[in-house]
Design a protein around this ligand. Structure first.
Ligand code: ADP
Length: 222
């Protein structure tokens, strides 16, 4: 497993998103500072966080006293309160925090965050909704990751249409312009599969390419 121990994280706002983030960073062995203005909320994360603080994260002095500047990643996750989120992001960037991640509530919020120098803007609901939409529109699509506006990595389930065929038989790159980077079978994953690799119904193909090419492959090729 990766060792996150050299990196330090501070999560501001322990709502549904921030709270789950703290718990997962803890599970991965990372050190986390958790801050929430609600003392009971902060206290309830004592088991996960290295350090919990009940404080208003928009307050510059509080952040300075906590040495927030020295954290590698600071995540602002009180999305509901747009004003606080913007103000805190501004303060963190002014203080020189290297990587500021911010949960955005809507596209206006995102625009402002972008202007004031947020390094990464997260839209958990929008992104999860997109992934779910792809999955429920086509039962063949299990998951998808957006690489850019036009490119994605998609997990597509192999139907019986291609059962017993090899990658060479399918010739996906030439026919559809996309590439299979891995094949997940019931018990293992084959990364960078060889051309003679044979596909069985139910295998999961991990495909990379332009959305247009992937769509065509998903509709016609699998
Ligand atoms: P989610 O949608 O992920 O639940 P919320 O915006 O509802 O996110 O999360 C709000 C959390 O952030 C609450 O626990 C709230 O107490 C905390 N919070 C809101 N404003 C501040 C602030 N200025 N400083 C610190 N914590 C805050």
């Amino acid at each position: 497993a990766r060792r996150p121990k050299n990196k330090s994280f501070a999560v501001l706002g322990l709502g549904r998103f921030g709270g789950n983030l703290v718990a997962e960073l803890h599970n991965l062995g990372a050190e986390v500072l958790a801050i929430d203005s609600n003392p009971e909320k902060a206290e309830s994360f004592a088991q996960y966080a290295t350090h919990t603080v009940a404080a208003n994260a928009t307050d510059e002095r509080t952040l300075a006293n906590l040495g927030i500047r020295n954290f590698d990643h600071v995540i602002v996750s009180f999305g509901e309160d747009i004003q606080s989120s913007v103000l805190t992001t501004l303060v963190l960037k002014e203080m020189g925090v290297k990587k500021v991640w911010v949960k955005a509530q809507n596209s206006y919020h995102q625009k402002v965050l972008d202007k004031i120098g947020a390094d990464h803007i997260i839209h958990p609901e929008r992104d999860m909704a997109r992934r779910l939409a792809h999955h429920i529109i086509s039962e063949k699509i299990l998951d998808f990751i957006e690489l850019s506006e036009e490119h994605s990595i998609v997990e597509i389930i192999a139907t019986k249409k291609i059962n017993g065929k090899s990658l060479l038989d399918l010739d996906i790159r030439a026919k559809y312009g996309c590439n299979i980077v891995a094949i997940k079978t019931s018990d293992k994953i084959k990364v960078s599969p060889m051309a003679d690799e044979v596909i069985t119904t139910g295998d999961v193909l991990i495909v990379i390419g332009s959305n247009k090419d992937i769509n065509r492959f998903e509709k016609e090729g699998v």
